[in-house]
Design a protein around this ligand. Structure first.
Ligand SMILES: [Zn+2]
Length: 328
């Protein structure tokens, strides 16, 4: 096992064997927020963990789920601990004698336990914990996919997370699509601001719909950017703009990549300009926003050499300032 894998394995075991008063108790006051959030995943992780008993030196006799996926405590309750006369900190090894199971036969439950563990082999190997399958190395990827909650797929996934994306643009659009941008109509409702007037001074209320691209200022920018993409059509409502992009910019064709990059860059720079006006009281004219969009998009296109050989997209390359390469 590599050092990294050992570390991961140790982390999982640590998560499972963390002191019970910290992991199962209600009092988490002294624990960090991050650790408390990890602990909340414990029941979920437990469903995937397999405790394989070896020499019994590591596993808690009462609390670890080494007994066919359950703990002795879960199956028999606290009384069995008293009946056995063993400490609650006892390890499994304390009921193993010369390689055989040897439970104190002081009650019906303990007699039952002796029967129940018969088919669990005792060995000299250390106790081990596995993920989903005994013997398989722990994989962070499989663990993540095993416990994460899956959301339903969205039409706009490829617009945001396409392979040529500019990360900060993609993140900003993702926030917008998730409705996470704190537009002024929301801030007014929270009582954070006294006015929801659009930062682009059109006199309308700032909403997501308005910013993208019903506001005259935003519409002016977006119309110009669409023209640079050789697209002439009316400006649509936000939800329809997203839908249009998801249906008219699929795949990796050059002109589709240009559209997506241009769309995402426009939403990004409009949002940045909105923030610039709100927080810095600085105002850029719409031509400057278009220049910034063009600069980012052409920079990205120029960085992918495969796009340079695109004579048939000559006008697009001219519009965006992308150097032309050899013909296809
Ligand atoms: Zn406006």
């Amino acid at each position: 096992m590599t050092k990294r894998k050992k570390e991961r394995h140790r982390c999982i075991i640590h998560l499972c064997k963390k002191k019970r008063n910290e992991t199962e108790g209600e009092s988490h006051g002294h624990l960090s927020w991050s650790w408390r959030q990890i602990l909340l995943l414990r029941p979920l992780a437990k469903e995937h963990l397999i405790y394989k008993c070896g020499n019994g030196e590591k596993f808690s006799l009462w609390f670890d789920p080494w007994l066919h996926g359950d703990s002795v405590l879960a199956l028999y309750g606290h009384r069995v601990i008293l009946e056995a006369g063993l400490s609650k900190h006892a390890r499994v090894k304390e009921v193993i004698w010369e390689g055989e199971w040897c439970w104190p036969q002081a009650s019906c439950d303990l007699v039952d336990l002796q029967q129940r563990v018969r088919n669990i082999p005792v060995s000299t190997a250390p106790d081990s914990i596995h993920w989903d399958k005994v013997g398989e190395a722990f994989s962070t990827t499989r663990a993540f996919h095993g416990i994460r909650q899956r959301s339903s797929s969205v039409d706009w996934h490829d617009i945001v997370w396409h392979s040529k994306r500019i990360p900060k643009h993609a993140f900003s659009l993702w926030l917008a699509l998730r409705g996470a941008h704190r537009t002024k109509n929301k801030l007014l409702a929270f009582g954070v601001v006294h006015s929801a007037e659009c930062a682009f001074l059109c006199g309308e209320t700032e909403t997501l719909q308005h910013l993208f691209f019903q506001c005259p200022f935003s519409a002016m920018v977006w119309r110009e950017v669409l023209l640079m993409c050789n697209i002439v059509r009316p400006i649509l409502l936000w939800v329809d703009e997203v839908l249009w992009m998801s249906t008219h910019a699929r795949g990796s064709a050059f002109h589709h990549t240009v559209r997506i990059l241009a769309f995402v860059a426009t939403t990004y720079h409009l949002w940045i300009e909105r923030n610039r006006r709100c927080f810095k009281n600085l105002f850029l004219p719409h031509q400057e926003i278009i220049r910034l969009v063009r600069q980012d998009v052409s920079g990205k296109l120029a960085s992918g050499n495969s796009y340079l050989r695109c004579e048939r997209y000559h006008s697009l390359c001219v519009n965006w300032g992308v150097p032309l390469g050899e013909d296809i």
